[in-house]
Design a protein. Structure first.
Length: 126
């Protein structure tokens, strides 16, 4: 995960932890490991990458998930991108977001913490 994307996602998670008193379901917002830092060198990266794939790492899966039914959805998936990079969703990410929508989940992509937080508030208020 790139540094700016990391910072945006961290801001969303920090807000969620702070806001769990107001919206108890936010206690269960969690990151889905997407293989960001896989090792210190090529060899350890290859080993870590193989372990993650064996554990179920799948390209395209969104960064965050809130397992809370609201507004007619089963839960909320959030894909975070670095600021200005919404148009850079990979085909696997687009496919996963579309699948989630068909399966009854709200699935959205954001390139800033403010927008993701607003979506979480709206979803939790629903």
């Amino acid at each position: 995960m790139q540094n700016k994307e990391h910072a945006e996602q961290v801001a969303v998670v920090q807000w969620a932890r702070f806001s769990a008193g107001r919206f108890p379901c936010l206690r269960w917002l969690h990151a889905i490991p997407n293989g960001g830092a896989r090792g210190d060198n090529a060899r350890s990266a290859a080993i870590r990458g193989a372990h993650l794939k064996a554990e179920g790492l799948t390209r395209g899966i969104s960064d965050l998930f809130l397992p809370h039914a609201a507004r007619g959805y089963h839960g909320l998936y959030i894909e975070m991108k670095r600021p200005g990079a919404l148009k850079e969703l990979r085909p696997e990410q687009k496919e996963f977001l579309a699948y989630c929508e068909k399966a009854g989940y709200l699935a959205q992509a954001f390139d800033c913490a403010t927008d993701a937080i607003a979506a979480l508030e709206d979803y939790c208020n629903g």
